[in-house]
Design a protein. Structure first.
Length: 140
């Protein structure tokens, strides 16, 4: 596994009338955290797109544990869980300033051609960097 922690503050515009983060924002938070993990290991998402490949989310599972509010400093612990064939999996744990778990999630993404949207294998440079950064991730 490859793990990365991403910190950010909740924006006022992310909250709803109840004063809590609206559920739709979690997908946005996890997308940022996922791409920051890749950037951290040396593969900004733009380099994947420049190679003619996109990574649409094909499955997302969220579990809401606690609420959070405007201006709270949050930490997303992102784990690149596995990569197999044309798919890649990430898990996420979102913590508040008190280090309390407030949300858990998992996403599954597919590698597809930029122009044809057909499933394709991940670029070799991504696989090489993943193997370099962690030996026990599932790669096939």
């Amino acid at each position: 596994m490859i793990t990365y922690e991403y910190k950010f503050r909740v924006a006022y515009s992310d909250t709803d009338r109840m004063g809590t983060v609206h559920h739709s924002n979690y997908a946005k938070y996890y997308e940022r955290a996922r791409w920051e993990l890749l950037r951290n290991i040396g593969v900004p998402y733009k380099t994947i797109e420049d190679a003619g490949i996109m990574c649409p989310v094909i499955s997302m599972k969220l579990k809401f544990v606690k609420t959070t509010k405007y201006d709270e400093l949050l930490t997303v612990k992102t784990i690149l869980k596995a990569i197999k064939g044309v798919r890649i999996w990430f898990t996420y744990e979102l913590y508040n300033e008190k280090d309390e778990l407030i949300n858990e999630a998992e996403t599954e993404l597919a590698f597809v051609g930029l122009n044809n949207w057909k499933p394709c294998l991940p670029p070799s440079f991504l696989l090489q960097v993943i193997k370099k950064n962690q030996n026990d991730i599932t790669t096939k």
